[in-house]
Design a protein around this ligand. Structure first.
Ligand code: HEM
Length: 332
């Protein structure tokens, strides 16, 4: 629990900054300077990290496998669990990105009261993870309406689909309910489970509190505090076209939303959230397991001078023949 406290305090400090900013005349700083700085940090940090990963040498196949590898014809080959070609490996990565395949296979080990060791599936984490990411994607796509003019038909359609349950005005969005529930589960899981509590770091809680802060401030703008959406669109389009102007009607809840979003993007390249790129770039996932069919040599191994059997036999052939021992080469 104690490790969650600094993370919560950090997010509360951001809340205080957003609250004080308009009072001290620093609205421009939060609405324009901070988002630009965050964008630069995000793009540079992301590119640097991806380039450093791409440059890391991977001479050997270190694929994680969990199925029959390609072998004799009568043994059925598990193409996705144990890919043999680049295409099969690519399909496995796609399955990982879209369906969180490895998380689905996650098992949990536990001792029963009778001291029996049991392994049980742990699908709640998979479900919450999938629900969180799917709703985040939907929310980000829907947000394009603030930055694009005219708004693409797909974005409008996604908004209508998300608001199928027209229970209130403004419409309650399914993705909002799902993302809050999923984030609450992911946070509770770290706080309640003693083992996970021990393993969790303040940075893990910070990402969760930050995301919760972003989502709750967004939901509150939609349903409680209300925000001038025309002013937001004017600011967003201004930011996107490099002609920023802060219109009237940009209130404290919006400043908080933007400050939290900017912080998320700025710290993302330094955090575990880089799994966005890691899922695709991990050599345990993106390599084909073909070591039995192809020899992979480490390119930076020093040249080793070898003394082959043929060379050895050439050297001692006379003596071998004289001793009556069999030789492979020509007896001269
Ligand atoms: C990681 C990025 C972001 C996330 C996760 C996020 C999340 C949310 C959520 C969950 C809502 C509640 C309503 C809805 O789902 O549409 C919301 C509302 C809102 N967000 Fe964001 N947001 C993000 C970035 C931004 C940015 C960059 C802007 C600046 C234009 C923004 C402006 C708004 C506004 C104005 C609302 C109120 C919408 C309304 O009243 O219908 N958000 N946000």
């Amino acid at each position: 629990m104690i490790k969650a406290v600094p993370a919560l305090v950090a997010v509360l400090l951001l809340l205080a900054v957003a609250w004080v900013a308009p009072v001290i005349g620093a609205t421009w700083l939060i609405a324009v300077a901070v988002p630009y700085a965050a964008f630069v940090l995000f793009v540079c940090g992301f590119v640097l990290k991806v380039v450093s990963w791409a440059r890391a040498p991977v001479p050997f196949r270190i694929t994680t496998t969990c199925g029959q590898q390609k072998s004799l014809d009568f043994l059925p080959h598990a193409r996705l669990e144990n890919p043999f070609t680049g295409w099969q490996a690519a399909l496995r990565v796609l399955e990982e990105v879209v369906l969180f395949r490895s998380l689905f296979r996650n098992v949990r080990m536990r001792w029963t009261r009778r001291r029996d060791l049991v392994y049980e599936s742990s699908r709640w984490l998979w479900l919450a993870g999938l629900a969180f990411h799917a709703s985040l994607l939907l929310i980000i796509l829907r947000h394009l309406r603030f930055f694009l003019d005219p708004v693409p038909a797909l974005v409008l359609w996604l908004g209508r689909l998300d608001g199928l349950f027209q229970l209130a005005v403004p419409t309650i969005l399914v993705s909002d309910i799902v993302i809050v529930a999923a984030l609450a589960f992911l946070l509770a899981r770290r706080l309640v489970d003693a083992r996970l509590r021990y393993l969790s770091l303040p940075a893990d809680y910070f990402a969760l509190f930050l995301l919760l802060g972003i989502v709750l401030s967004g939901v509150s703008m939609r349903h409680l505090t209300r925000v001038d959406l025309v002013a937001v669109k004017e600011l967003a389009v201004g930011l996107a076209t490099l002609a920023p102007r802060v219109p009237d009607g940009i209130g404290t809840p919006f400043l908080l939303h933007v400050l939290l979003v900017s912080t998320l993007f700025a710290v993302l390249p330094l955090s575990k959230l880089m799994h966005i790129a890691g899922a695709v770039m991990s050599p345990t996932r993106n390599l084909a397991n073909n070591t039995r069919a192809r020899r992979h040599e480490s390119p930076w191994n020093p040249e080793v001078e070898v003394h082959t059997y043929e060379q050895w036999e050439d050297e001692f052939r006379d003596k071998l023949v004289a001793a009556g021992l069999p030789v492979e080469g020509k007896q001269t």
